[in-house]
Design a protein around this ligand. Structure first.
Ligand SMILES: N#Cc1c(-c2ccc3cc[nH]c3c2)n[nH]c1N
Length: 238
């Protein structure tokens, strides 16, 4: 899978992708990330990317021309790609949308704005407008990294042989279970006995109960299409 990122701060993307799961996936050739500096697609000597907003108001707005020039440059190879604009006004990014992007797109262009936002006319050239949550960031780069990270984790082989309980639980509609590792006793804070029992059936049930308990407490909105067994466990918790 290939990601192409349009930004005025390429170093934000370049620094993050070298590490962890993303770094391994890049080294394995499972994923390719190319970052483009929008300033390279300007036509003035100052490489200007923003201007005052029509109609007045605070701050600056990013001009359409650098985005247009960059998008046309990418499209010149005529290969299919999904163009995604990161924006607080976009549709909510979820694990299910990450799965959809992984399944449906061989290449994605992630378009990152800054300042007060970008000229509305840029949206005529994008396929999706996506937001990673109901809070305001200073730009689209962190959102682009969230999307890249969460989509890459879903690519077969990206996680190596590590099982990923986190994706599994989110896809099944609840939060992850608690995790523990050595030492068994840290200043009197002990690891739950069941996790030391070696009884995998008991451990699995304990983890499911804990996951459902956490979800009921923190994200009851996720508890929708539970299996009859999960519903039974949940009713025991209530
Ligand atoms: N995605 C997303 C965002 C943003 C965002 C995205 C782009 C720009 C450009 C200037 N400010 C921005 C904020 N804020 N909160 C989100 N969930």
């Amino acid at each position: 899978m290939k990601f192409e990122v349009l930004t005025i701060f390429p170093e934000i993307i370049e620094c993050y992708i070298k590490h962890g799961v993303l770094g391994k996936a890049l080294n394995k050739g499972i994923v390719e990330v190319k970052v483009y500096n929008l300033r390279d697609f300007t036509s003035d000597k100052h490489k200007k990317v923003d201007d005052y907003p029509y109609g007045g108001g605070a701050g600056m707005v990013m001009q359409i021309e650098p985005f247009y020039n960059a998008i046309m440059h990418l499209k010149a190879d005529e290969k299919p790609r999904k163009l995604v604009l990161l924006s607080p006004q976009g549709r909510k990014f979820t694990q299910k949308l990450a799965q959809k992007f992984m399944e449906e797109s061989k290449a994605m262009v992630l378009i990152c704005g800054r300042y007060e936002g970008i000229d509305e006319r840029v949206k005529a050239f994008v396929d999706e407008e996506v937001s990673i949550g109901d809070y305001v960031l200073s730009g689209g780069e962190l959102a682009a990294l969230v999307i890249i990270d969460s989509v890459v984790r879903l690519i077969p082989g990206a996680l190596g042989d590590e099982l990923s309980a986190v994706e599994d639980s989110f896809m099944k509609g609840f939060l992850d279970y608690p995790h523990y590792t050595r030492p068994e006793d840290f200043k009197g804070m002990k690891v739950p006995e069941v996790l030391l029992s070696g009884d995998h059936k008991k451990i699995a049930l304990w983890r499911k109960r804990q996951a459902l308990k956490n979800t009921l407490k923190n994200r009851p909105d996720l508890l929708k299409n539970l299996s009859p067994e999960d519903m039974r466990i949940l009713k025991e918790l209530c």
